[in-house]
Design a protein around this ligand. Structure first.
Ligand code: ZN
Length: 240
């Protein structure tokens, strides 16, 4: 059983036009869309105490999903530090859409995470760039979203990211729309689709990618020794 926590800012959905698209919140749409017998899914939102991310919840989370946009600065640094430590110790992190500007994403990557954007509802076409990767399993080689926010290059992420998806937008821009990273023992996946005014999180291909990513990001056996342990020699050492 993989213990999944979907974190959502959950402020856009309080008002129109987003309320009509996601009446129960983006988190509920994703939770319903990826529900499966091997996933135990909980949700947490910004305006709950500790943003819903209590120690009890974080310490029992295998994979954390993150959607935020207008209130990145309202997320407490203390909670971000706890999440970062959990990721280094093996918790998976999936950052969605405007989460590229979240505190936790830049804390993990150490770069600007900046990009170019345009919100006119143009068409996006995604391409699988790494067909043998587990996140691309069962996903068509290419699929389109009729309306999305354009996110374009240059994308300020480190060069060690592995590109799983690339996107083309109707206006001519291109973007690394699905990228994986490893930080400590933790696996990280950034996935670009998901602007709040479009029904992107009901799209079967988008949900398939997120489902695959949850299973890929679940912690592997064997934790990295992240706390600098003093060690004994593996071979006897003879003084000169
Ligand atoms: Zn957006």
């Amino acid at each position: 059983m993989i213990r999944v926590t979907i974190w959502n800012e959950f402020r856009h959905e309080q008002i129109e036009p987003v309320k009509s698209v996601y009446p129960r919140g983006i988190h509920s749409a994703i939770a319903g869309g990826i529900a499966a017998e091997d996933l135990e899914i909980r949700c947490a939102t910004l305006d709950e105490p500790e943003h819903g991310l209590t120690d009890a919840l974080l310490n029992t989370t295998d994979v954390l999903l993150w959607w935020g946009h207008r209130a990145h600065s309202a997320v407490s640094d203390e909670v971000v530090a706890k999440i970062r430590t959990r990721v280094l110790r093996g918790m998976g992190l999936i950052v969605l859409h405007s989460g590229h500007n979240s505190k936790i994403f830049s804390a993990m990557l150490g770069s600007s995470c900046s990009l170019r954007w345009r919100q006119v509802g143009e068409k996006e076409r995604l391409w699988v760039a790494a067909p043998s990767h587990p996140i691309a399993r069962g996903v068509p080689q290419t699929f389109a979203l009729e309306h999305e926010e354009m996110y374009g290059e240059p994308f300020g992420i480190p060069d060690d990211g592995k590109i799983i998806f690339m996107s083309w937008f109707q206006g001519g821009d291109v973007f690394r729309s699905g990228v994986t990273f490893q930080r400590g023992s933790g696996r990280i996946f950034y996935f670009q689709p998901g602007h709040e005014t479009f029904p992107t999180y009901y799209d079967k291909n988008v949900l398939k990618v997120i489902s695959n990513a949850v299973r890929w990001a679940a912690p592997a056996e064997g934790e990295f020794a992240w706390d600098c342990p003093k060690c004994e020699p593996a071979e006897p050492i003879h003084p000169r």
